[in-house]
Design a protein around this ligand. Sequence first.
Ligand code: NAD
Length: 291
Amino acid sequence: MNIGFIGLGNMGGPMATNLAKGGHNVTGFDTAGVTIEGVSNASSAAEAATDQDVVITMLPNGKILRAVADQVVPAMKAGAVLLDCSTVDVESARDVATQAAAAGLLALDAPVSGGIGGATAGTLTFMVGGDDAGFKIASELFDIMGQKAVHCGPSGNGQAAKICNNMILGATMIVTCEAFALADKLGLDRQAMFDVVSTSSGYSWSMNAYCPAPGIGPQSPADNEYQPGFAAELMLKDLRLAQQAAVAADADTPLGQAAAELYAQFVEQEDGLGQDFSAMLPRLAARGHKG
Ligand code: NAD
């Protein structure tokens, strides 16, 4: 396929590399002037999008996605697929899809999980919103860039799935860290707590696969001085998107809200910026009951 790829950052760069290695003809554009081996360079987003079968965007946020969509939608040929893999607010995803459909394009929102490691290894999970025709065309590309693509329904539903998942993840990580910090103060050994909880009803991905306590459970960022991994500021971004959606949809999400507030404090007023999101454990362990 002929593919335009806009946003060649930490995630987009390796994704574009994998598509080129997979035999596709990829033309890239990034405002930072990034160049990628095996990917031709365009001088603008519109140029990267012209005459392509699929245009992929991997951008920081919804505002930038909307600005890029204004440039690429008029340049794309009818019937082509606009595939946004960024994590953005549900409203921007739905508005861009409407704009693309009005121009005779197929639009998909397909945020990912798996991080930079998954983007490099080609093992991302895609959560996809949009119609069947677009999903069928993009499936071949999902297979190269990832290990799983779930079609979640119409436009915006990929973003909805992503923020719901990460709201669970953020809240679960916090309470897992709280439990370790409480266990410390009760004289309960961390290893013993892990052995019980990881095989009891308190088990979770945060405990079992990404244990926030160093030296316990599987290898995780805790064993590497909390270098990300999944950075606390990216968790904050997703928790804020979840709260934005909750307000817009009038949904009651008190724990999601508390998680967003705690990560905001950690990242913006304390030393959380640049640390893994599981560094919530040393933060909590260093405090007393009143914070
Ligand atoms: P990044 O900042 O490394 O990359 C974004 C790129 O977009 C940058 O290279 C930037 O120069 C480029 N860009 C910005 N404005 C542009 C424009 N108008 N036109 C063209 N290029 C432009 O970010 P990233 O880590 O690659 O993340 C990209 C998206 O993926 C984000 O929405 C993020 O939330 C999501 N995501 C990231 C991770 C992760 O672990 N990094 C995991 C899952 C999802």
